[in-house]
Design a protein around this ligand. Sequence first.
Ligand code: SF4
Length: 397
Amino acid sequence: MDLLNTLVDKGLRRELPTREEALAVLATSDDDLLEVVAAAGKVRRHWFGRRVKLNYLVNLKSGLCPEDCSYCSQRLGSKADILKYTWLKPEEASRAAAAGLAGGAKRVCLVASGRGPTDRDVDRVSETIKAIKDEHADVEVCACLGLLSDGQAERLRAAGADAYNHNLNTSEATYGDITTTHTYADRVDTVHKAHAAGLSACSGLIAGMGESDEDLVDVVFALRALDPDSVPVNFLIPFEGTPLAKEWNLTPQRCLRILAMVRFVCPDVEVRIAGGREVHLRTMQPLALHLANSIFLGDYLTSEGQAGKADLEMIADAGFEVEGADQVTLPEHRAAGGCRETASGGCHEGGVCGTGTGAASAPAASSATPAPSAHDPRPDLVAVRRRGAGTDLAPNA
Ligand code: SF4
């Protein structure tokens, strides 16, 4: 396919595709899916080989958020029956992080619900970073605390944070439909603050919230302009008790096309499959490793992931390898801080909240138990996290 040859050539040169080319990837048919994966896989392997970086989420403070992000189980007015707790103590967070690191993670993502941190919160997180780094000198720590005020990114950097996550989530045009308590521009501003403080910026999106292909391309192009080092791609988990609980509109095939499009637009960036991986990719998860070079190990902030052991087995069975602490994630030109473009926003949910519509399509076998369709809603796959941080039960790692 000419389109795919063009996109591979551009990806190997880090050249931005046109919007039309990105839209065309999303419009490819299921018949062409393996060709799309193979083409984007060439770009992935060129920049990241067969390595898969593992990241581990520690939810420092869960639920009770005053913001109204529609996709989020921790939002104002959420009826989702999630864990709710206030700040973990540094030693509690460090214990949770240690479980993820023992499971093979090289980055720990410290996440807290809320609009943004107070200066006292930055102190707490700084103590937590120190507690983790005292035990694990090589670990990468990413903080994800919401909107930052002036000077807070610098303080986190000085405390040892390596990265800061704040997602754009969706296009600027639809942002107001998803959240009313802060703006897209607020989110962009926080990513800029992280960059300016010398933190590695992590910013991504949530697919499956009812957005159009144009919206998806808009947010991915905006991310390319913002130039983060890592782009988490969340697939909405339609949590019961949130406004988007009925938005089941993703299929595994659609998720693969979205990941391929992100890879073509952000070829040399750490593309991470984030929340919703198990719920929406399901048995197609191994194919997605040909597109993304990074995943979360184990559980998410408020929902359960598959067992950490299953993640490791999947990576090995698919012919990939877990990236070691001694391996550099990013290509040399990015790791050295060069080749920056300029910027332009998201959520710090790290990828937990989901969706669900679901139009049936594949013909069912004529038996008493109909064969499932890729379009069927799968609320049975959404499990609220009940273990790990904030509980007395061992974490999943
Ligand atoms: S995404 Fe973050 S800011 Fe928005 S409701 Fe959830 S925890 Fe609050």
